[in-house]
Design a protein. Structure first.
Length: 179
């Protein structure tokens, strides 16, 4: 009986994450497109088109995120000598552009790896001892999904992550364990 419960929980979690991603990406897209569609097609047609496009965009983004989770889980073997404390999808602002990838927290560092298909593929590794601040910030001054990492040398790295406050807590807790 316990085995059955253990098998159900991950799929329930995956479904909740899929729905949350669909809503968190689809609603803002639908609202933004709604302004355009209302101007082009009028109120009734515009709102219908906005709802449909927001829903389809949200589903597409959730499916892409789910695919990337599975794909990056296969890269886990790269951490044979390090325990991964926390991980998730992320965008890293690099050379003025947002680069998609995956971010990992280990007991000794924060590591970002971009998707291979990016125009600017890269990897960024910051030792925990070099991080002076991990701050939750607003992306584009309105979206609560930004993570700002300030290093002791003054370097400022910015990411878009799921659960930006939790990332700050996880980084702070990992730093305390090392100290």
């Amino acid at each position: 009986m316990e085995d059955a419960l253990v098998r159900v929980r991950p799929s329930d979690h995956a479904m909740r994450r899929f729905v949350r991603t669909t809503l968190c990406t689809g609603i803002p897209f639908g609202v933004a497109m709604g302004v355009f569609y209302v101007l082009v097609a009028g109120w009734q047609g515009g709102l219908l088109l906005a709802a449909g496009s927001g829903f389809l965009f949200g589903i597409a983004m959730a499916a892409f995120a789910s695919y990337q989770r599975r794909r990056f889980a296969a890269q886990r073997q790269a951490f044979t000598d390090e325990q991964v404390l926390y991980k998730g999808p992320a965008n890293h602002f690099f050379n003025g552009k947002s680069v998609g990838g995956w971010i990992y927290l280990t007991p000794r560092r924060l590591l970002f790896r971009s998707h291979a298909i990016n125009l600017q593929p890269h990897e960024l590794s910051i030792d925990l001892s070099d991080i002076s601040e991990a701050l939750p910030v607003l992306t584009a001054k309105i979206i609560p999904n930004g993570l700002r990492i300030v290093t002791r040398s003054g370097r400022d790295e910015r990411f878009v992550v799921e659960g930006h406050r939790r990332w700050c807590d996880e980084i702070t807790n990992a730093q305390r364990r090392v100290a």
